[in-house]
Design a protein around this ligand. Structure first.
Ligand code: CA
Length: 413
């Protein structure tokens, strides 16, 4: 596949995240109210104003949930229509007035997040974390090579890129084994993940092939994690408050259709999977990912580079597993992939791994050191699939750390 040319000049720039090949879906506000938009080059198309022959109710609410609910035939029709409108010069006069510059726009959550589940499906991450906590011998729990492990998160924690993230308070282990303290997290961290967005509902058990068809698109996802809170609370039911502060997603839904040319297979299985988890074809994507960190007022340092294809389980496998008990999935369900770490030291998707539990601090390009996140730090995730002369990008997934709120009197000793 090569670059599809648009009459929007900036969309033909090989460096843009948003060529005609991409057409990602977002929600924007230019001061005249929130509307559904499609990114093209450095512009955003007010899609409700130009779409034709489709139910206007699809564009009535500033979120993509109605389009998702309308199903795959509507997804394909809309994409074909947008491709036609933005490639054929004949539509320029009619469409041009509904394009607005992306710069200066407020980007909002692109869809109503109805439910949120986070997985733990990156093998390098699981091995690294397991090695730190249980030793190299028992790094992977015995179930790991058979089950895409996950926990039910909070849809209310999901925020769009640019939203500041306040350092959480929480119970952390005290100096004595059984007595905790209540304190601001001192080991606040990021997790580099991809989010898969469920675009069709399910009832009962579904196959991996059906699960893949239900996925509408993908976003970048940062599962902010308080490691000290997590270490004290996680047994026996898994993470709870450590992961509930915020989950940041990128503002553009990159559709499964746009990612189709970049499909790759999951890695070879070390243990055969049960039949319900076997994939009928390639279900991962070749998406280059990076994490950049900047302290307040300073230039950023890229602290990790990795790729979505490092996952051991695909989103389709995770979704199929999620329904295996009969759990219903809804339009607007969000699935976090789990932290995506590559095999090398500079490819680790969390500070926990990059600083090896705080023992080996990172040195930033500015000379500053980091074990975990400091107040004022801005974290940016970026990602793109690269084709011949073009890239299908996600836009920035960013958040700045604010200091913990003052402790209310009733919570003091
Ligand atoms: Ca996670």
């Amino acid at each position: 596949m090569s670059l599809l040319r648009s009459w929007v000049e900036s969309a033909n720039d090989p460096g843009t995240d948003f060529p005609l090949n991409n057409l990602p879906y977002g929600v924007f506000d230019d001061g005249r109210g929130a509307r559904m938009g499609v990114a093209i080059g450095d512009l955003v198309l007010d899609v409700g104003r130009v779409a034709h022959g489709l139910d206007p109710a699809l564009f009535a609410e500033p979120s993509w949930n109605a389009v998702m609910a309308a199903g795959p035939s509507v997804w394909a029709a809309l994409r074909a229509q947008l491709t036609e409108l933005l490639s054929d010069e004949a539509h320029r006069a009619a469409v041009g007035p509904h394009l607005v510059p992306m710069k200066g726009l407020r980007l909002l959550l692109p869809f109503r997040v109805v439910e949120y589940t986070d997985f733990y499906a990156g093998k390098n991450h699981a091995v690294n974390v397991g090695t730190m906590f249980r030793g190299a011998e028992n790094a992977l729990p015995p179930n790991w090579l058979s089950i895409p492990i996950g926990y039910n998160g909070r849809a209310s924690s999901v925020v769009v890129s640019g939203t500041p993230v306040r350092r959480p308070w929480g119970q952390v282990k005290g100096p004595e084994e059984a007595l905790p303290r209540f304190a601001p997290s001192a080991r606040f961290d990021l997790e580099l993940e991809m989010g898969a967005i469920v675009g069709q509902p399910s009832e009962g058990m579904i196959s991996v092939a059906e699960a893949d068809e239900m996925i509408f698109g993908y976003v970048l996802l940062n599962d902010w994690s308080a490691r000290d809170i997590q270490a004290w609370e996680y047994q026996p039911l898994g993470p709870f408050q450590a992961k509930a502060t915020a989950t940041t997603i990128s503002p553009w839904i990159v559709t499964r259709a746009a990612l189709e040319p970049f499909r790759v297979s999951t890695p070879e299985r070390e243990r055969p999977l049960l039949p319900y988890l076997r994939e009928p074809g390639p279900m991962l994507y070749d998406i280059g990912l990076e994490v950049a960190l900047a302290s307040e007022g300073k230039a950023e340092t890229v602290i990790a580079r990795t790729n979505y294809r490092e996952m051991y389980y695909s989103a389709a496998q995770q979704l199929a597993h999620h329904t295996s008990s009969g759990c219903s999935m809804r339009v607007g369900d969000l699935l976090g992939s789990g932290t995506i770490s590559g095999p090398s030291k500079d490819a680790r998707g969390s500070l926990l791994e990059l600083s090896w539990g705080g023992k080996e601090p990172l040195t930033l390009a500015t000379g500053e050191e980091r074990r975990f996140l400091e107040d004022g730090d801005t974290l940016v995730l970026r990602g793109a699939a690269t084709g011949k002369g073009y890239r299908v990008g996600f836009g920035d997934c960013a958040g700045q750390i604010l200091p913990a709120q003052p402790l209310p009197d009733w919570a003091k000793e």
